[in-house]
Write a protein that binds this ligand. Structure first.
Ligand SMILES: [Zn+2]
Length: 524
């Protein structure tokens, strides 16, 4: 009989919070899965960001092949962005491959799956789905889910208190569970995947409320227990996250550092304080009280200096810059022929500056403590390959555990800020747990790579693996002598595609999605 697998994606979930709770007996579902299967760290992509990480998970390829490097991509001949969507993914996903092989698939809330593909099964698109669009296949399900109170994602709600945010995340997760349980039990499937995002949204905003975060993990565990009730023992179960999370000691303003080193020129302009009203409703993840106080403080400061109409703003002067971070943790050399106002010549000049910046960043330390700021700074040649290599950022920054939040955005006065609102950041260390008949039990495995998951899932399902994936089947997760360990993985031709047609999202939906990314600290 063919195998089936249920994958539960838990965006941003980390063993940092899971393991202490498991040892106290507070997460029985995680604990059972660890006993009945194998678990270990799943290393994220560079950058460890939701959009490229999930896409590398579902395609088994590095971002140079699937084409997504961040949440955004440059507009043609511009430094402005547009949001990514699933039509930009230049590779078949595991869902499509399984569907083409005659398997029945269910995909619920997987990030960057909008617009939904017409697969042999059911698709409910996830993060970056426009709320008012048809975000499901079959299409009729969209209205049904909206009427039912289904929430695709937490939009940017900057003014709410931690407790309210926590309640909202719980409500969203409970509804997701209810809808998913219904879809999973009413339909036949071979490959099902469902993604919860509440932990990530809370960790971004309220890392300092570890009491609430722990309670959310415990709640999530109870939902997972209910979910597993509807599958039988023969189903393979995978829990995984696209990246981990870590507390940070300070924020590293990448563009300010580039400016200090002479690679970036700033552009100054001034606005009137009334425009500071933006600070009130903007993206700072603080309470209203904090914002009001801040704005009043700024106005008073300007008044005392007699400069009421003088609020300085700083941005990047692209025409004069050699390199810039945009957004956050990816650096582009301002390359002629690629960037809108490129000024660095391709060839020797470009290679030199790229390597020079990466070398400096690798060694960069906090001037106050002498501690290294980054785990690593990797040039594109050492991490990406494939058709979209040219489009790829030139340097990827790898954040450290317990290190520094990496902030792109506009330059600031100092490249290290200890008072910055971001108290947490994505880490490279995601989670991986897998159980099933042929899976080794009660063992911790060595760190796994994101691109290896998809070939392993296809192998479990008995679907041939495309020859152009970067990952491999993780044979050492299977019990010695078991069928999955012995069987040679089947192969098929490349899974590269040219992308899909799609209807542009409504402007209002686009605005909401951008707001959400601002709320999470990705865009300014
Ligand atoms: Zn994520």
């Amino acid at each position: 009989m063919a195998n089936r697998i249920l994958i539960v994606g838990l965006d941003g979930v980390t063993f940092r919070i899971i393991k202490p709770l498991v040892s106290k007996g507070k997460l029985p579902t995680f604990s059972n899965l660890m006993k009945n299967g194998i678990h270990g760290i799943l290393s994220s992509t560079v950058p460890p960001i939701t959009a490229p990480a999930w896409t590398s998970f579902t395609t088994g390829k590095n971002p140079g092949k699937h084409g997504l490097f961040h949440f955004t991509t440059f507009k043609k001949n511009s430094y402005d962005h547009s949001l990514v969507n699933a039509t930009l993914i230049k590779s078949k996903t595991m869902f499509r491959l399984a569907s083409e092989a005659g398997k029945r698939v269910i995909s619920i809330n997987v990030p960057i799956t909008y617009p939904p593909e017409q697969l042999n099964g059911i698709v409910v698109s996830g993060m970056l789905s426009p709320i008012n669009a048809t975000f499901t296949h079959p299409a009729s399900l969209s209205q049904e889910l909206r009427d039912d109170g289904y929430i695709i994602d937490m939009l940017n709600q900057p003014l709410i208190e931690p407790e309210q945010r926590f309640d909202l995340a719980k409500k969203m997760a409970a509804k997701r569970l209810e809808v998913s349980s219904r879809i999973l039990s009413e339909n036949n499937w071979d490959l099902a995947m469902l993604v919860f995002v509440g932990a990530d949204r809370l960790q971004h905003n309220i890392w300092d409320r570890m009491d609430l975060l722990r309670e959310f993990y415990i709640y999530q565990d109870s939902l997972l227990a209910k979910l597993l009730e509807i599958v039988d023992d023969s189903t393979y179960i995978m829990f995984m996250s696209d990246h981990g999370f870590t507390p940070t000691k300070a924020a590293f303003f990448v563009n300010q550092w580039l400016a200090n080193e002479g690679y970036l020129k700033k552009h100054y302009w001034r606005v009137a304080p009334p425009l500071m009203i933006g600070d009130l409703i903007g993206t700072e993840q603080r309470t209203l009280k904090f914002r009001v106080k801040n704005v009043i403080k700024n106005i008073v400061a300007h008044l005392t200096r007699g400069k009421l109409l003088d609020y300085p703003q700083i941005s990047i002067n692209y025409k004069k810059s050699k390199a810039f971070a945009n957004p956050s943790e990816i650096i582009f050399i301002n390359l002629k022929g690629r960037e809108a106002s490129g000024k660095i010549e391709p060839g020797e000049e470009y290679e030199k500056i790229k390597r020079e910046i990466a070398e400096k960043l690798k060694k960069l330390t906090d001037p106050q403590t002498g501690e290294k700021i980054l785990e690593d700074a990797i040039i594109k040649d050492d991490m990406y390959s494939g058709e979209y290599f040219d489009k790829a950022p030139d340097i990827g920054l790898v954040p450290k555990e317990d290190g520094y939040a990496l902030v792109g955005m506009r330059p600031h006065h100092s490249y290290i800020r200890r008072d910055f609102r971001m108290k947490s950041f994505h880490s490279m260390n995601g989670i991986f747990l897998l159980s099933g008949q042929d899976i080794i039990k009660d063992k911790e495995c060595e760190t796994l790579q994101m691109v290896d998951c998809m070939p392993t899932v296809l192998h479990i399902l008995g679907v041939p693996i495309p020859e152009d994936v970067d990952g491999r089947v993780l044979k050492n997760l299977f019990i010695e002598g078991s069928q999955l360990r012995i069987k040679e993985p089947e192969r098929q031709g490349p899974s590269q595609i040219s992308g899909r047609e799609f209807e542009k999202a409504l402007d209002e939906d686009e605005r909401l999605m951008e707001e959400q990314l601002k709320g999470l600290g990705y865009l300014t």
